[in-house]
Design a protein around this ligand. Sequence first.
Ligand code: GZL
Length: 312
Amino acid sequence: LAAGIGALLSTTAMADGLVVGFSQIGSESGWRAAETSVTKQEAEKRGVDLKFADAQQKQENQIKALRGFIAQGVDAILIAPVVATGWDEVLGEAKDAGIPVVLLDRGIDASQDLYLTSVASDQVKEGAVAAQWLVDTVGDKPCTIVELEGTVGSSPAINRKKGFDDTIAAHANFTISRSQTGEFTRSKGKEVMEGFIKAEDGGKNICAVYAHNDDMMVGAIQAMKDAGLKPGTDILTVSIDAVPDIFSAMAAGDANATVELTPNMAGPAFDALEAFLKDGTVPEKFIITESKLYTQADDPAGEAERRKSLGY
Ligand code: GZL
């Protein structure tokens, strides 16, 4: 009888563990891969049964995954929305099913009552922090910038461009001569930078590169080196995420600055979800993570090491 009661209790205990569907964009960057591993760790720590779906960067795959989670009757949904639009219908279905949705690391253009909360950085601020570092570093001499944008239509690409471009616009000696998407990937970032170098007379008059994430910058650094240019000295670099590889590039003198983005969006997300589901606590609509600047002066080799314990 005791064994039977024990088994029943342990089953009940399992039943208390939330079942959460997670629609992840893909694994386009080192940061995204770290966010995935941290989310799985955070779920494990909390006894959450995480149903993981990788969308290979396609919105239709995310919408399909969400419909699958709704059909399964999960307790909650996490989603990192690849682009900012096109979510109203499927989020309305989740709402009708009484399933709370939490946005991770990217925002959407939709009514705020379609999601419980959003855990993300202030992406406009990230762009502005990157631009201010460049302004402070270059001073008032003429500076031609090329810009590697994130995924077309994604909230980070829109916001990081706005934050950077608006800050730069206040300083007449800066010109953004070319700006194109590198899709947040190393390979596309390298390919687009090769095009910029060709179009800018071998890159001699490029003063700085701004990339919406470090992975595109790592690709761009390779393109600059292949063209005989000196990233980090002749051409300044500033990007966003603070992944280990950008710190290794800084330690080698090939990169100059990055703005940190924590890969741990899931911790605050699960905390908000558990409080909401357990005692109805309604969270802030926007939970904003920090955006700290790191440069070559900040022990880049040590930072590369330290980040390996943060999920990279
Ligand atoms: C930003 C996040 C971006 C990262 C990239 O919040 O959505 O997506 O900066 C990733 O590395 O591709």
